[in-house]
Design a protein around this ligand. Structure first.
Ligand code: NAP
Ligand code: GDD
Length: 341
């Protein structure tokens, strides 16, 4: 039986990856931060199947202990302060977790079990102010946020441990991936949650920032398969994982309302742009500059050719299906919340 250690176990990707590895009969260990109230988050339904180990990416000792206990054959580093907007408010914490945290874990591997295979959750945010369209493994990086800068360090230290110490270390440069388990501060889930509340009559308006930003969105369930595939190859390497399509935030909003049978259209420009209900004329969407970022990533579009050719990976859930699944799930969740009041 193979064993795996997943950091960020209670996050979006951690929970889907744990499900995938359990299906493949791995013994799964999950690194969990100690909080005042125990919270398994997205891994709540897996508590009987996973062995949790308390630890923190900023604490080398806890990571060394996690490696000692788990003796993991495969280590997936998904833990991060992952919300780009917060990285300007907490740049030092973001750096300690997303940059130095990777070195802490790589050191724990090198010292306790150097033959363990390592996956680093790198990100399309490293492309930032994009130098090439679409972005591939050879596109130069230009991060635009403290998060992107910290992740770039994590990316290079992973490569460095591969080249310096021969650790089987891979980076997956994953483009945005969402799901029914996405945190509610990220734009997709913020939209689908608001659409559900508007549909059920408990919210009037959805306020957003830059709706012209374009993202290459896929479903997390598809993307965790690529993580696993990377660690099953003969040679450690880095891969872009993306859908190969890009959409404006505005398009996501429109599709989400459509999925809830609300016909909405945009009118006006800049901060005066609004989305109105075609039937009633009511304003459903507004711009609030509070959600603008100090530096924006305007366009992300990935080229997944290498992952498709070498890993045999292909995304299965389309953009339209992703939006539909998230909206239907939020309508169900908000409905349940209301019936409990
Ligand atoms: P997520 O839902 O925000 O999960 C992040 C996880 O990291 C949570 O389990 C969180 O635990 C944990 N964590 C945060 N700080 C920690 C610390 N100091 N020590 C230990 N654990 C800590 O993120 P996700 O969407 O699943 O993303 C997974 C990884 O992929 C992240 O590294 C993210 O940066 C990267 N990534 C994501 C995307 C995407 O579109 N989703 C794209 C590219 C790369 P708590 O509950 O304790 O906070
Ligand atoms: N969150 C948020 N809230 N974003 C908004 C809003 C809003 O009200 N209005 C517009 N946006 C825009 C943001 O400015 C950004 O351009 C885009 O929507 C997507 O924002 P997020 O959903 O917060 O994701 P992100 O692209 O910044 O970061 C995500 O993807 C990265 C991969 O490219 C995160 O998952 C990162 O952890 C990940 O690395």
């Amino acid at each position: 039986m193979k064993s795996a250690l997943i950091t960020g176990i209670n996050g979006q990707d951690g929970s889907y990856l744990a499900e995938l590895l359990l299906e493949k009969e791995y013994k799964v260990y999950g690194l969990l931060r100690r909080k005042s109230v125990v919270d398994y988050g997205n891994a709540e339904h897996l508590v009987d199947k996973i062995e949790f180990i308390y630890g923190d990416m900023t604490d080398y000792v806890s990571l060394a202990k996690a490696m000692k206990i788990s003796q993991a054959d495969e280590v997936y580093n998904l833990a991060a302060q992952s919300f780009v907007a917060t990285s300007w408010e907490q740049p030092i914490a973001t750096t300690q977790i997303d940059a130095l945290g990777v070195t802490n874990l790589l050191e724990a591997i090198r010292i306790i079990k150097p033959e363990a295979k390592f996956y680093q959750a790198s990100t399309s945010e490293m492309f930032g102010l994009v130098q090439e369209i679409p972005q591939s493994e050879s596109t130069p990086f230009y991060p635009r946020s403290p998060y992107g800068v910290a992740k770039l360090y994590g990316h290079w230290i992973t490569k460095n441990y591969r080249e310096s110490f021969d650790v089987f270390a891979c980076s997956g440069i994953l483009f945005n991936h969402e799901s029914e388990r996405r945190g509610k501060e990220f734009v997709t889930r913020k939209i689908t949650d608001a659409v559900a509340r508007i549909k059920l009559g408990v919210q009037d308006v959805l306020e957003l920032g830059n709706m012209s930003a374009k993202r290459d969105w896929g479903h997390s369930k598809d993307y965790v398969k690529a993580m696993w595939l990377m660690l099953q190859q003969e040679k450690a390497d880095d891969y872009v994982v993306a859908s190969g399509d890009t959409h404006e935030v505005r398009e996501f909003v429109k599709l989400a309302f459509e999925a809830a049978d609300i016909q909405m259209e945009f009118t006006g420009e800049g901060i005066n742009e609004i989305g109105i209900d075609k039937k009633t004329g009511k304003t459903l969407v507004k711009v609030n500059p509070k959600f603008f970022r100090p530096a924006e990533v305007e366009l992300l579009l990935g080229d997944p050719a290498k992952a498709e050719q070498i890993l045999g990976w292909k995304r299965e859930i389309s953009f339209k299906e992703l939006v539909g699944r998230m909206v239907q799930n939020d309508i169900k969740l908000v409905g349940k919340e209301l019936s409990n009041i």
